[in-house]
Unconditional design. Structure first.
Length: 52
């Protein structure tokens, strides 16, 4: 999976924007699970971008 650097940056900004602008009322287990999965997806994308 090849990742465009601009697309990756936009994805990162969108995730952090949503997290900062729309914080959850309470950190439910589903929310934490989803956030963790999002972070893992980002790490995977960065690694594939670096060619690892």
């Amino acid at each position: 999976m090849k990742v465009d650097k601009d697309e990756l940056l936009i994805s990162l900004i969108e995730i952090f924007y949503k997290f900062i602008i729309y914080p959850p009322d309470s950190l439910s287990r589903d929310y934490i699970e989803g956030y963790r999965k999002g972070m893992l997806d980002i790490i995977e994308a960065v690694n594939s971008y670096r060619g690892e």
